[in-house]
Design a protein around this ligand. Structure first.
Ligand code: ZN
Length: 392
């Protein structure tokens, strides 16, 4: 921790030089934890960030997740934010919530709590803290500082996915802070290809010296990660994985596909198309949830946005479809947006036609049942899909 009580006043190490701090320590200055009132020791090495530590492993809110990485993040962000705003405090205790915000900012119009998260905590804890802040009229701003696995695809744990946010300009995005390099990396236009892997645009680098609150995004043009061939490859891979790693007798989804007499390998390509951007809320692969929509609703003759919503809601309730935990996003209307997004795509690829508020199949449903029938379908379908792709 960087803040302690000294002579009943808040004292922050980052405002003093190492020499000044050593001088205070020599004179036996006594520092106390503002949260639990235990006596603290000052740690001043030659390379670390001078900070306070509890004498014993106290059960104190301020001790949790306190690593050098965390201290450095706090210091860098505090320095930057206090150069922009007048009223900024470090390790700010909020009495009503009995919790400590890493950095607290009061502007003329808003109160903002910056929460820097290095260690993995339960998502329910993020939800609880977020709600608490909102109740006090404080806007929380969560910052993820964990390293991310990123090669061709960005691989995100469930915890890391909890930091995904949305803006109309960036679609779904993830902001990561790298204190060792003093930069933020922003991965925009996230597009899931599995429960944990995402395509994203090349990350935008924001030096901490350009960070603002609320963050302003540099106006750079980003290349959308989506391409028809990528999509087709990942869709095919997902189907093969499903067949390879799952048993058709125990896998609820496969059982339904085969029970209907459909061939999983040759499902029409309009089952499993990305509903950009809001489809990210569903954790299951598009092939899976869209197949349920087909089976429960689109094969029948009353097709509407409401009926698709009902299918999704019912399948979620049964546990067949799982929504991602994205606690920083509003969930209202998500299902409706996904349903309307999918129906609109099906209309664009001429699988459905719209009459007033309902839809009709342009041709009766048929699932190709052998390779050459599927190849023919692919041949017919791709040209229509290419045309949609241009509008993304
Ligand atoms: Zn304490």
């Amino acid at each position: 921790m960087l803040t302690a009580l000294f002579n009943q006043q808040l004292f922050t190490t980052i405002h003093y030089s190492r020499e000044e701090l050593r001088g205070l320590r020599r004179r036996g200055a006594s520092f106390v934890c503002p949260h639990c009132s235990s006596v603290l020791t000052m740690k001043i090495g030659s390379r670390n960030i001078p900070h306070f530590a509890h004498m014993s492993q106290a059960d104190c809110e301020l001790v949790k997740g306190e690593t050098l990485h965390h201290l450095l993040s706090k210091q860098l962000l505090y320095d930057r934010v206090s150069s922009l705003h007048a009223r900024v405090s470090l390790e700010h205790y909020i009495r009503e919530l009995k919790q400590v915000a890493d950095i607290y900012v009061k502007t003329d119009t808003a109160e903002i709590a910056i929460e820097i998260q290095c260690s993995t905590i339960p998502i329910s804890e993020i939800v609880r803290r977020t709600h608490g802040y909102h109740r006090q009229g404080i806007t929380p701003f969560w910052i993820l500082t964990q390293p991310l696995k990123s090669k061709k695809l960005l691989s995100l744990t469930t915890f890391q996915q909890a930091f995904i946010r949305y803006s109309p300009h960036l679609d779904y995005f993830l902001l990561q802070f790298l204190p060792d390099r003093s930069i933020f990396q922003l991965y925009s236009h996230l597009l899931p290809v599995s429960g944990t892997a995402f395509m994203s645009a090349a990350p935008i680098i924001i030096p901490v010296s350009e960070f603002t609150l609320p963050p302003s995004i540099p106006d750079v043009s980003v290349l959308h990660p989506y391409s028809l061939s990528h999509w087709y490859d990942y869709r095919t891979k997902s189907i093969y994985n499903r067949i390879h790693y799952n048993n058709a007798r125990t896998d609820v989804f496969l059982r339904e596909v085969y029970g209907e007499g459909d061939t999983f390998l040759y499902l029409p390509l309009y089952i499993g198309i990305p509903v950009i951007p809001h489809g990210i809320h569903i954790r299951n692969h598009e092939v899976e949830w869209q197949y349920y929509v087909w089976k429960d609703c689109l094969k029948g003759d009353s097709i509407s946005e409401e009926s698709v919503c009902r299918v999704l809601d019912r399948r979620i309730a049964k546990g067949h479809i799982e929504l991602r935990s994205l606690p920083l996003l509003k969930r209202d209307e998500v299902i409706k947006r996904i349903a309307s997004g999918y129906l609109r795509l099906l209309e664009q690829v001429q699988v459905l036609s719209k009459i007033n508020d309902t839809y009709q199949l342009t041709e009766p449903w048929s699932c190709p049942d052998h390779f050459s029938a599927f190849e023919k379908h692919k041949h017919d379908f791709f040209p229509k899909w290419k045309h949609i792709l241009k509008k993304l």
